[in-house]
Ligand binder design. Structure first.
Ligand SMILES: Cc1ncc(COP(=O)(O)O)c(C=O)c1O
Length: 389
């Protein structure tokens, strides 16, 4: 690393464990520090410019400093950045999401995907009167105690025991868990293409069987679309022809600002209605007007055609990588490199001009040109192809 990054890191490590706030973006010895982004590119403290394929872990569908998003956020912020009253922006965002998902009736907002999953779990438990949630090992649903792996440090045993972990894609294990805990499971929580668990889409057969099992056991089907929403106009679940009882969103729907959302059946989310009064859930900055306005601009421009084009670009990059002998999973605009040593791969790619996720995740954005896509492909091939090892 450059002496500039090193100097900042020395200051950072004195005041922050690991030298930054997010475990998810740590690469040893420490990540570079970002300074600015413009469209598909990002510059770090040392002046090194990279094509940003991290896009803040898939959130920045339109890249950095999108002019239209900057304009709306400045205009909305000029009228006040937060109020102790609801605003029209959250109403319009909820209408937008309802229209896009074609059937998910009601929405509530928060500030992150982690918080969305917390709300989702509370809604499921409040609606069903049941305590248990089934989740799949290896899937990441944010950092809430009740959503992380049982092996995570610092999670009370009582919280861990309220979540049953079953192996990824194992329908028999789901059935066994639902049967063994008959009448106690509030929801089955699934990410249909879990990034941490290798970014392979669930099969249609698995998802339809999961839906049947959940219905048979009166458990809710809850889908975490925090990452996968960007793959289809209404989220990846629409590709499977299912309507989840609950869905958690985040990342892309905020137009680059902190966001989370829970959507679901009106009766399931009615627990949050103060007139019914079963669940109180605040959030000083939730449904922030700046975020809502930025998110709506981002989504308005993320039309079915734009999504299809971006997904086609991702499919083409993945195909070229595969043809070049590089194992790459994923679907559409999300690509995950299969690598034995993610930190080494990350640094090699970074030096070759590509910012990836620390686990080898690449997320495309709409400002990427054909030249960017070619550069990304060539950089990955130069770093990961068998003859380069
Ligand atoms: C599938 C999934 N769910 C939830 C989260 C948590 O979102 P956030 O980081 O906004 O808290 C993430 C974050 O990467 C995620 O990938």
């Amino acid at each position: 690393m450059s002496s500039i990054d090193r100097a900042l890191y020395d200051r950072a490590i004195a005041v922050m464990p690991g030298g930054n706030t997010r475990s998810t973006l740590f690469v040893p010895p420490h990540p570079p520090y970002a300074v600015r982004g413009n469209g598909a590119e990002m510059t770090d403290e040392s002046g090194h410019v990279v094509i940003d394929c991290n896009n803040n872990y898939t959130a920045l569908i339109h890249g950095h400093a999108d002019p239209e998003i900057l304009e709306i956020t400045a205009a909305v912020a000029a009228e006040g950045t937060a109020f102790g009253l609801p605003t029209r922006y959250e109403v319009e965002m909820a209408e937008t999401l309802r229209e896009r998902t074609d059937g998910i009736e009601q929405w509530r907002f928060c500030n992150s995907g982690t918080e969305a999953v917390m709300m989702l779990m509370r809604a499921a438990r409040a609606h069903t009167g049941r305590d248990l949630i089934i989740r799949f090992k290896g899937s990441y649903h944010g950092t809430y105690d009740g959503a992380v792996s049982h092996s995570a440090n610092g999670v009370p045993a009582a919280v861990a025991s309220s979540v049953i972990e079953v192996p990824q894609g194992d329908i028999d294990a789901v059935e066994y868990a639902l049967t063994a805990h008959r009448g106690q499971v509030a929801a089955v929580l699934i990410d249909l293409m879990p990034n941490r668990a290798s970014l392979e889409p669930a099969t249609g057969e698995f998802v339809s069987r999961l839906g049947e099992l959940a219905r048979t056991h009166n458990a809710l089907l809850a889908v975490d679309e925090v990452i996968t929403f960007r793959l289809e106009y209404g989220g990846l679940h629409t590709r499977y022809g299912i309507t989840p009882d609950l869905v958690a969103l985040g990342k892309a729907i905020g137009g680059g600002y902190p966001v989370g959302a829970v959507g679901g059946r009106a009766d399931v989310l009615s627990s949050f209605n103060p007139l019914v009064g079963e669940v109180t859930w605040g959030g000083t900055f939730s449904a922030n007007p700046v975020t809502m306005a930025a998110g709506m601009v981002a989504l308005r421009r993320f039309t079915p055609n734009v999504i299809a084009e971006l997904n086609a670009s991702g499919d083409a990059v993945r195909q070229r990588l595969t043809d070049g002998g590089v194992a790459a999973n994923g679907s559409g605009s999300l690509i995950r490199l299969v690598t034995d040593d993610p930190a080494v791969t990350w640094w090699k790619l970074y030096r070759a001009g590509v910012l990836a996720g620390t686990n080898g995740l690449l997320a495309l954005s709409t400002p990427m040109t054909d030249d960017h896509l070619t550069s990304i492909t060539n950089a990955v091939l130069s770093v990961c192809a068998p003859e380069s090892a």
